[in-house]
Design a protein around this ligand. Structure first.
Ligand SMILES: *Cc1c(COP(=O)(O)O)cnc(C)c1O
Length: 366
């Protein structure tokens, strides 16, 4: 049985993206290396970054591999990282830091609130040993959109290195990486560019990247070495995820054809607005306040008096063509609806009708 994904990566891709994977490309020749170079150049343009100051590194593995690569390559033995966390992906950064034995501090914010910029400034003022700050842009845990612009300004004023996990936002929201002076920004193939899983990509300010030479704590995730090899002629350091790379190159072309990031962002914003509006009309309340809500995914509070489980709801919707997402926030019972990928107005309409029908059926069972 086929269904569309309303999960925020992997997400639903086009048939033309999937079709690119029907060919087994060799990896050593110029044809292939050119594809990698083109992807890197296209990504720089999408980030409004020029090749003088910035570069892009592609890294095998899922998005977490990219985050782990940046944290374990950039935070040196004498450095200290401040992790800003208001969700599971912020906490994952702490997990990475612990595993690698990085020196770190963590600032926890509630899952439904943006990090407090003044609080971060205070922490930086009070601890001169902090050299790096990391945070998530779109916290996929809840759907909240974090204030990276303000936080980055504070961090750069203190001359610290700024690291942003923009996994679920890059490509679906416009992020002027160079203008913001972000040092490292991470995203992955299977999110808003609408490719398939297999690698992450990292925007790096060259100045910050140069400092990571010979200090990575892992061989396969060594960001500098990966860049050095790839930067020569587009060759990947170890086996390249060829099928994913071919699909990704096609996905970038399709993003351009859609009208670029702004056009895609509009589609995502509209999907998101409509889902929230229609679900609220059915009595399903969002967990995040509207002013903090991002355009990628929405967390809804599971109805208190429900005579059904998430599993039942999930099965009902899946049998009718859509896979939704369980909740991930701790303090409330919730579920999530992602609205990125090949999802259009008609999908939103279909989802809302199915949901409405499900709630009606359940009401009559009462
Ligand atoms: C998807 C995602 C990741 C990476 O998760 P993987 O499962 O390793 O791909 C990291 N951060 C955020 C905010 C994400 O949405």
């Amino acid at each position: 049985m086929k269904y569309k994904l309303l999960t925020p990566g992997p997400l639903t891709t086009t048939d033309t993206v999937k079709k690119e994977m029907m060919f087994d490309h060799c990896t050593w020749d110029d044809d292939y290396k050119k594809i990698t170079l083109k992807i890197r150049n296209d990504l720089l343009q999408l980030a409004h970054a020029d090749g003088e100051e910035y570069t892009v590194i592609l890294m095998q593995g899922s998005g977490t591999f990219g985050v782990e690569s940046v944290l374990t390559s950039s935070v040196g033995k004498k450095d200290k990282l401040l992790i800003v966390s208001n969700g599971a992906y912020g906490e994952r950064m702490e997990d990475i830091a612990k595993h690698a034995g990085l020196s770190y501090a963590i600032y926890h914010q509630d899952y439904d609130k943006q990090p407090d910029v003044e609080k971060i400034a205070e922490i930086l003022e009070g601890d001169d040993s902090i050299t790096h700050v990391s945070m998530v842009h779109s916290e996929t845990t809840s759907g909240i959109l974090n204030n990276i612009e303000e936080v980055t300004r504070v961090v750069k004023n203190k001359n610290c290195t700024m690291i942003v996990d923009a996994m679920s936002s890059f490509g679906g929201m416009d992020i002027p990486v160079q203008q913001l002076e972000i040092d490292f920004l991470i995203s992955s193939a299977n999110k808003c560019i609408q490719g398939v899983p297999g690698f992450s990509f990292i925007f790096a300010k060259k100045e910050a990247l140069m400092k990571t030479k010979e200090q990575a704590r892992s061989l396969s995730l060594d960001l500098y070495d990966q860049w050095e090899t790839m930067n020569k002629d587009g060759k990947w350091r170890f086996t390249s995820p060829t099928h994913t790379v071919l699909a990704f190159a096609q996905a970038i072309e399709e993003l351009k054809k859609e009208g670029g990031i702004l056009a895609r962002a509009n589609r995502y914003y509209e999907n998101n607005r409509e889902i929230r509006k229609r679900f609220q009309e059915m009595g399903l309340e969002p967990y995040i306040e509207e002013k903090y809500q991002g355009p990628i995914i929405t967390t809804f509070i599971f109805p208190k008096d429900a005579n059904f489980t998430f599993e039942e709801m999930y099965q009902y919707i899946k049998e009718r063509g859509y896979a939704i997402y369980p909740g991930k926030v701790m303090e409330a019972e919730t579920f999530r609806i992602g609205n990125i990928g090949e999802i259009y107005r008609e999908d939103v309409e279909a989802l809302c009708s199915i949901m409405k029908e499900f709630l009606e059926v359940k009401k009559h069972e009462n």
